[in-house]
Design a protein around this ligand. Structure first.
Ligand code: UT7
Length: 326
């Protein structure tokens, strides 16, 4: 067996802001109902960051928990990648703010912008450092304050999103080049810029100088989701050299319960193997996969050695999937 270096996830952490907003809370000021939201999306509530809570604070809280779970300290971190679409400031990157707030030494820190697919993209970028021995202790964080991008008069979007952050610690581990190895084993990343108008924010520093609001043709995005995600999952499994059916847990991006069920049905995945947090978290964009991972690990369902399949699709359109053995 050849010896290879793998990027192993050694700790997971999550953070949700204290404030909980139920569907009934939203129905007080927008023309919607708990019944419609639950039936069409599976969402029952979402968390919302306090007005004075920037996304970097959410990221730091999740990162601290991930470091603790990994038995690592901030002074050991040499790489921070934050997947976010809701940065504190236009610049610097949230990752450098996290670096300062956590008290990490000088290292590499930058953000990845792939909207809801950001965490899968960021893991792949981290793999490029860790599996080449260029980082000994990396933090990969998905952190979002999506509620800041909502048009609260648009019932087609404002009921769908929530705030939160999830983080993992990634470290190099020797493997034998087989699917029994611990670590990131396969990826499939995709983007189709021609679908921009389906899901975007109508502002930015280089256009109108505004932050903007999220605009989405939900049913059009929905049409692409199941097909795109299923193709990427199949490709990531092939890249890893495994069968989709051999995966222990699916840890999907949480956009809509009907998408999760549609992907599971199309790929012949038992729904009991799908980690779902949508009902309590709503769609937290790049944070939703690490938050779901954290949930599964903390409640004891996901165990060391389990084979996991992560997948997401979001604005761009971007989408992708990743196979990892915990
Ligand atoms: O994470 C990024 C990726 N995002 C996604 O994957 C989101 C994908 N899309 C979706 O999840 C779904 O398309 C939605 C949940 C956004 C919408 O569900 P839908 O079944 O596709 O509904 P629709 O947009 O086709 O709208 C159906 C009806 C419309 O009314 P009419 O025109 O039939 O009278 C909407 O106005 O539902 C209405 N509607 C609502 N009614 C009550 C839309 N939003 C709401 C609402 N409450 N919040």
């Amino acid at each position: 067996m050849t010896s290879v270096l793998r990027s192993a996830v050694t700790g997971v952490g999550g953070y949700l802001p204290d404030r909980v907003v139920t569907n009934d809370d939203l129905a007080k000021f927008v023309d919607t109902s708990d019944e419609w939201i639950v039936e069409r999306t599976g969402i029952r509530q979402r968390h919302q960051a306090a007005d004075d809570q920037p996304v970097s604070d959410l990221a730091v809280a999740a990162a601290r928990r991930a470091l603790e779970a990994a038995g690592r300290t901030p002074d050991e971190v040499d790489l921070i990648i934050v997947a976010t679409t809701t940065a504190d400031l236009t610049f610097p990157a949230v990752a450098t703010i996290v670096q300062r707030k956590l008290g990490c030494p000088v290292g590499i820190a930058f953000d990845v912008q792939a909207v809801c697919s950001g965490f899968v993209y960021a893991l792949s970028v981290a793999d490029g450092f860790v599996a080449r021995n260029r980082s000994q202790c990396a933090l990969v964080i998905g952190a979002e304050t999506m509620t800041r991008l909502m048009d609260w008069t648009d019932r087609g979007t404002c009921v769908l999103f929530g705030d939160g952050a999830g983080a993992v610690v990634v470290e190099p581990r020797a493997g034998e080049g087989t699917t029994a190895d611990r670590g990131l084993l396969g990826f499939a990343l995709r983007a189709d810029g021609t679908k921009q108008e389906l899901l975007f924010v109508d502002g930015g520093p280089s256009t109108n100088g505004q932050v903007g609001k999220l605009r989405m043709q939900g049913n059009q995005v929905f049409r692409h989701a199941v097909v795109n995600i299923s193709e990427a999952v199949t490709a990531a499994a092939a890249d890893a050299g495994i069968e989709v059916s051999s995966v222990d847990w699916f840890v999907p991006h949480q956009a809509n319960l009907r998408i999760l069920q549609g992907v599971a049905r199309r790929l012949g995945i038992d729904e009991a193997k799908v980690i779902t947090t949508l009902d309590r978290h709503a769609n937290t964009s790049a944070a939703s996969i690490p938050l779901a991972l954290d949930q599964g690990v903390r409640d004891g369902r996901i165990k060391p050695g389990n084979m996991l399949l992560l997948e997401a699709m979001g604005g761009g359109l971007t989408w992708g999937a990743c196979v990892l053995r915990l």
